[in-house]
Write a protein that binds this ligand. Structure first.
Ligand code: AMP
Length: 282
């Protein structure tokens, strides 16, 4: 595996691979790699000739009061994880390399962002869409791998790729979880031991919601109220949101039907965690 830190070298490397008619799979990340990232890399390894991953904590997608400075970083560990997962090129640019000056153009996402994390993190998805636009132009991937843990991100990137005609395929990958159900996340290290014990309640509440729907409940408000009760009964964490929408359109539902997402965000003392399930009601 080769580590590349400049845009110029990344572009010349890709050019060579393209000349050899190699297919390129790409896994964008913010690092502090765990099993979730590894699952994306393993899938990319299976489906492409060349696998590129990036590790870049993108300042543009963090709000002024968010955890940009404390976001966990350990590039030596990431290098090992990426290499073990079959990555050929690990792109690790500095902030100065990606943003040598205030951006003169940014991407503004207009759909699918007025709900969920888009609502509670204003500007977040503009930052995500801007960095991905830059990375897609640098890496020119055929397939890009995203985790459904960030299901709204997948929905937003779907809009970006369609509207801007990127000639690539988005591959969504199921959420990888700890054995107790907690979704793997770089931010889990910020949970204190009591919070860590309580955190699986998030996924349990999602599963309870699914059971209620399978038993015939169709009123989103009733399901959300149940989930709130379950979570508040087990932890002091503040619920940021619990919401139910059509997926991937992210439109409100008066009555639950079709393909839906049930999603939540919860603030523990030092970590804001998100989780969701997406499924179709038959
Ligand atoms: P991040 O480093 O948090 O920006 O995540 C990089 C990519 O890994 C995104 O596409 C995430 O959705 C994905 N990812 C993060 N956690 C998980 C997980 N537990 N399971 C599957 N994919 C994940």
């Amino acid at each position: 595996m080769k580590v590349i830190t400049t845009i110029k070298e990344m572009q010349s490397t890709i050019k060579l691979e393209k000349q050899k008619l190699k297919s390129i799979g790409f896994v964008p990340t913010m690092g502090y790699l765990h099993e979730g990232h590894r699952a994306l890399m393993a899938r990319a390894r299976k489906e492409n000739d060349v696998v590129v991953a990036s590790v870049f904590v993108n300042p543009l997608q963090f709000g002024p009061t968010e955890d940009l400075n404390s976001y966990p970083r350990d590039f030596e560990r990431d290098k090992k994880a990426a290499e073990e997962s079959g990555v050929d090129f690990l792109f690790h640019p500095s902030v100065e390399e990606m943003y040598p000056h205030e951006p003169s153009v940014v991407v503004k996402v207009k759909d699918r962002t007025d709900v969920l994390c888009g609502k509670s993190r204003p500007g977040h998805f503009d930052g995500v869409a801007t960095i991905l636009t830059k990375l897609f132009h640098i890496v020119l991937p055929d397939k890009v791998y995203f985790g459904l843990k960030d299901a709204q991100q997948v929905a937003v990137v779907d809009g970006l790729v369609n509207d801007f005609h990127f000639p690539l395929e988005i591959v969504p990958v199921n959420t990888v979880r700890e054995t107790d159900g907690l979704a793997k996340s770089s931010r889990n290290i910020f949970l204190d031991p009591t919070e860590r014990l309580a955190a699986p309640i998030l996924y349990q509440s999602l599963q309870e919601a699914k059971k209620l729907i399978e038993a015939g409940e169709r009123n989103p408000e009733a399901i959300i109220a149940q989930m709130k009760e379950i979570i508040e009964g087990k932890t002091n964490a503040a619920i940021d949101y619990i919401e139910i929408y059509s997926y991937p359109e992210l439109k409100s539902l008066r009555e639950i039907s079709g393909k839906i997402i049930i999603a939540l965000a919860v603030r523990f003392k030092k970590a804001r965690l998100i989780d969701n399930i997406v499924f179709t009601i038959s």
